[in-house]
Design a protein around this ligand. Structure first.
Ligand code: G3P
Ligand code: CA
Length: 344
């Protein structure tokens, strides 16, 4: 081939390869990593330190579970009780309810600020036993329970200082529990999101809840009343979700109210799967057909947490992101998911 024609042919070939690579990267870059309670595999869940680490690891979204204090402050805490992840039992022993639990809603923010947060633990024979014993050691260093405002300011501040645009992914915890106590937690969260500039579906926020009744209230009443229109996600599990969600037109019905679903990952790939027989459900297909994004939870690599049907955490991600075609995953180990998507 003449040398100039060869150069032209080579340039075109390289262009095609580069274009293919770019398209491939774009297709994969649409898949997202959600840091579940922050980089909670490495630092105590829902602490600002775990959120900063998740940000630095390249997560696309960082999750906040939200509950309310007695004086109506929004705090970032997974449980409606404080006793699994703080030293509340030692600091306020007389504030226990009859069921043996310490409810965040019984404490003021000033009181919650006196607590130290730690890795999650359970009590066995009167002793604290860390739930994931390979994770950050309980009782080391110092951590607190942040407010939702403090956490949003941390993420928005890092967005400014790094030029990134990492999103937030708040979950309304125990909406009925809060309503029974006279607190409209969803309106408080939606107002706060608006005050921090999250107002449209183009803004990087997904608001999630397990309660379909609450999702409907948020969609039909709260968002219009507050004057914003943000992405909503219905969390789904086999135990607590309404049976109609699993019926043929369940996803279509849901799409009237939600932009996405967050299913237990066992609803996407059956826990009964074996390496030679991976059972992918039709949930993702049905959700996508209804225009819903799919962000399952929770992907962990602690001992015993990778299902037996997967060879490794990365194999698990491969099966869920690409065999089952989910759009994002909630993971305690966002660095490994970010690396997986970048390297694939
Ligand atoms: O919100 C997604 C996932 O976090 C749901 O499970 O119990 O960790 O809030 P949970
Ligand atoms: Ca959650």
């Amino acid at each position: 081939m003449h040398s100039s024609r060869f150069r032209s042919f080579a340039a075109k070939a390289i262009g095609v390869v580069l274009m293919t690579a770019t398209l491939s990267t774009q297709a994969q870059s649409q898949k997202i990593v959600i840091a579940h309670r922050g980089a909670s595999g490495y630092l105590p869940e829902h602490t600002l330190q775990a959120k900063a680490m998740a940000f630095a690891m390249g997560a696309d979204y960082i999750e906040q579970d939200v509950v309310m204090t007695s004086d109506d402050h929004l705090i970032v805490l997974h449980d409606i009780t404080l006793d699994r992840t703080t030293d509340v039992a030692e600091r306020f022993p007389d504030r226990v309810r009859e069921d043996g639990r310490y409810y965040a809603i019984d404490f003021t923010l000033a009181e919650i600020r006196q607590l130290q947060a730690s890795e999650g633990f359970r009590i066995e024979n009167g002793e604290k036993v860390q739930s994931y014993d390979n994770r950050f050691p309980m009782g080391e260093s110092i951590f607190g329970v942040p407010t939702l405002a403090e956490e949003i300011e941390l993420i928005q501040g890092m967005n400014k200082s790094t030029g990134k645009n990492v999103g937030i992914y708040p979950e309304i915890k125990g909406p009925e529990f809060h309503r029974e106590a006279g607190k409209d937690i969803s309106t408080a969260v939606v107002r706060m999101l608006k005050s921090y500039g999250y107002t449209s579906k183009q803004d990087k926020v997904f608001l999630q809840t397990f309660s379909f009744e609450e999702l409907k209230i948020i969609h039909d009443e709260i968002l219009p009343a507050v004057g914003i229109d943000i992405n909503l996600v219905q969390l789904i599990d086999r135990v607590s979700s309404n049976p109609w969600m699993f019926e043929e037109d369940g996803m279509n019905k849901l799409s009237t109210f939600a932009d996405g679903i967050g299913p237990d990952k066992g609803l996407v790939v059956s826990r009964d799967s074996q390496k030679a027989n991976i059972q992918v459900s039709d949930l993702v297909t049905r959700a996508h057909a209804a225009g819903l994004q799919v962000h399952p939870y929770t992907y962990r690599l602690d001992p015993g947490q990778v299902p037996a049907y997967a060879d490794s955490y990365e194999d698990l991600l491969e099966l869920h992101y690409f065999r089952a075609n989910v759009d994002g995953v909630f993971t305690d180990f966002p660095d490994r998911a970010v690396d997986f998507l970048r390297n694939r």
